[in-house]
Design a protein around this ligand. Structure first.
Ligand code: SF4
Length: 360
């Protein structure tokens, strides 16, 4: 007999007290819930892993209950061992998660999505081309984390850090992101530690304040991408709603309340936002602020929504931009490019899979 939808549920969607109640309903001691969930999170999503003695029948009950929320649909591994996972959700939609090996041989960083598609419309982003479909649940985000943890473990690495920087704007799905982070960071569950987690935003000012109010202790990264409102509004429609000054003021508030330095993300686009004058303008904005600038090299994604074709900055322009920042005592680095030989930009693998499925 097939299992009905109400008979199954992913362990990733349970809070510890909910699972304790479920175990009690089955006639087991509720106290086993903590061990069940610890094993599930530590193993990267296995149910009752290992040979530990369980009360008779409990492991079988748990395996019958557990139905994953996300299953692997495609996997790409780059020459630098960056691994991109395309995960299929229960409703057939797909999301991307990425594992990036650290320069230390035993560590890796993960990147998870918070929404299916994205409504933000950033003009240089592949995700935005398919539009927004829906928010992810906390359990779906936890399962991405577990898939990345398992992927890292399989190659002898530990998932050391996690960023909410995949598909979607996390601060527009904040309630679910908060629950997911709490589970990932909890010592009794994911045990990742909030300092190892970064939430990235395109600059949703009320969302930054709400994240601060949630007191998760995570890092915040702000995708600025331009030092002035006009250039920013051309690249990011959200730039018309929240100005650069307003966003940096919210970042200041976040930094003051969390004690975590904010990272400014800046993707260098040839002859759009990469001039020495724009670097100086960015340095002026950051004067007196202890924010770190992460410079990103652009992965081309084809024709943009507005018909533009963006290109990565030349090495000379990128180097000059960095030098201008550093000359003004801004702490800035290039983020190491990842997975250049695969669909490295956010949304590319998903888009390619969707096009292939639609092809006659
Ligand atoms: S860059 Fe991020 S916020 Fe902007 S459209 Fe892409 S996924 Fe959405």
């Amino acid at each position: 007999m097939s299992r009905g939808a109400t008979d199954v549920r992913s362990l990733a969607s349970f809070a510890p007290d909910e699972l304790a109640a479920q175990l009690a309903d089955w006639g087991f001691k509720p106290g086993h819930a903590a061990r069940v969930l610890r094993g599930f999170y530590a193993s990267g999503g296995q149910v009752a892993p290992g040979q530990a003695p369980w009360p008779a029948g409990l492991a079988a009950k748990l395996r019958a209950l557990h139905a994953p929320l996300a299953t692997l649909a495609a996997r790409q591994v780059a020459e630098d061992l960056t691994t991109k996972l395309l995960l299929r959700l229960g409703d057939g939609r797909t999301v991307e998660s990425v594992l990036m090996p650290d320069y230390r041989p035993d560590r890796a960083a993960g990147c998870v999505s918070s929404q299916v598609g994205c409504a933000m419309g950033c003009d240089f982003c592949a995700t935005t081309k398919t539009g927004f479909e829906r928010n992810l649940t906390a359990g779906e985000m936890v399962e991405q984390f577990l898939a990345l943890r398992a992927e890292a473990g399989a190659v002898g690495r530990r998932l050391q850090t996690l960023v909410f920087m995949g598909m979607g704007e996390p601060l527009l799905n904040l309630d679910a992101v908060v629950v997911a982070v709490e589970r990932m960071a909890s010592n009794a569950l994911g045990a990742l530690g909030s300092r190892q987690i970064t939430v990235s935003t395109v600059g949703i000012v009320p969302g930054i304040d709400a994240l601060a109010a949630a007191r998760l202790g995570v890092h915040l990264a702000v995708s600025l991408h331009a030092p002035d409102d006009a250039t920013r509004a051309q690249l990011l429609p959200m730039g018309r709603r929240f100005g650069v000054g307003e966003i940096l003021a919210a970042a200041d508030r976040y930094q003051a309340s969390s004690g975590r330095p904010v990272t400014i993300q800046y993707c260098l686009l040839r002859e759009v936002n990469d001039s020495p004058a724009q670097a100086r303008q960015l340095a002026d904005l950051l004067r007196g602020r202890t924010m770190h600038v992460n410079l990103l090299r652009y992965n081309p994604t084809g024709l943009s929504l507005r018909g533009a074709t963006y290109a990565a900055s030349s090495d000379a322009a990128a180097g000059a931009f960095l030098a201008e920042l550093r000359a003004r005592r801004v702490v800035a680095h290039f983020r190491r490019p990842r997975g250049r030989d695969i669909d490295a930009a956010c949304g590319q693998l998903r888009r390619r899979a969707a096009l292939a499925a639609a092809a006659p």
